[in-house]
Design a protein around this ligand. Structure first.
Ligand SMILES: O=C(O)c1ccccc1NCC(=O)[C@H](O)[C@H](O)COP(=O)(O)O
Length: 257
């Protein structure tokens, strides 16, 4: 059984509990919409989505003592255009309260990074302050992805539609995804290869699609590579979470388009 299958099995259980116990209700003090698409598509430099990621299946503990709102404020002060918050508990040690706390601290678009398989998780993401949700093509059949995509849009949320191969990219196009995340990490093997972005980004010719390259960014040359491939943004987790000098890390990764 792959880790992704294990994560999805846990999500099934979480959804059963949510359906029993969760009462949808907005917790937001500020309901202004923040658009990842609008802020990244025509920016003059590669946009950085900096991630709050305490731990992961592939890397174990990364930074378990992080204070999410403080970390998010530092990200924004150093130039992050958006923040991703991993809210899965069993595998990433995240929490929905992290998302809410970050929402009450910064005003850039927030991505709720989780493994969404059901509408109730989208309701919850919205209630806790997400502007963007993640749909992972590898996680669900195409029709289910299409249903969840539509549901998120109806809730006035944006969707980062994550792909890792050509079949998944075809699904993204079929569904009409405007924001496509190309994950350099194979979620089944954990292998990370920036060539994934180089290969898939070259197949997207529509300038109105916002391409984000995800995972594996360590240094400036990594960003140069995906910039050449045509992406407008990168999603960076571990490098941010382990950085002892965020100002320097952002300086290294920020490059003009
Ligand atoms: O990171 C993992 O080990 C992982 C395992 C299984 C499913 C998802 C996983 N990560 C989620 C992500 O996509 C990354 O957190 C994100 O792209 C940032 O990656 P990195 O900069 O390499 O930490």
């Amino acid at each position: 059984m792959t880790i992704l299958t294990q994560i999805l099995a846990e999500k099934e259980k979480e959804v059963v509990q949510l359906k029993k116990n969760y009462q949808p209700a907005s917790r937001l003090k500020d309901v202004r919409k923040r658009s990842l698409y609008d802020s990244f598509l025509n920016a003059e430099e590669i946009g950085i989505i900096a991630e709050i990621k305490r731990a992961s299946p592939s890397r174990g503990a990364i930074n378990t003592n992080v204070n999410p709102p403080k970390q998010a404020a530092q990200y924004v002060n150093n130039g992050a255009g958006a923040i991703s918050i991993l809210t899965d508990q069993p595998f990433f040690q995240g929490a929905m309260s992290d998302l809410e706390a970050v929402r009450n601290t910064v005003d850039v678009p927030l991505l709720n990074k989780d493994f969404i398989i059901d509408e109730i998780q989208i309701d919850r993401a919205k209630d806790f302050g997400a502007d963007v949700i993640l749909l992972i093509a590898a996680a669900l059949p195409e029709q289910r992805l299409a249903d969840l995509y539509k549901y998120a849009l109806a809730k006035d949320l944006e969707v980062l539609f994550e792909v890792h191969n050509q079949v998944e990219l075809a699904a993204a196009n079929e569904i009409g995804a405007k924001i496509i995340g190309i994950n350099n990490r194979d979620l089944r093997t954990f292998e990370v290869d920036l060539a994934t972005t180089e290969k898939l980004a070259g197949q997207v010719s529509d300038p109105n699609k916002l391409l984000i390259s995800e995972s594996g960014f360590r240094k400036r040359e990594d960003v140069e590579r995906v910039k050449q491939a045509g992406v407008k943004g990168i999603l960076v987790g571990e490098t941010m979470m382990r950085s002892g000098n965020l100002q320097q890390t952002f300086r290294d990764l920020q490059i003009p388009l």
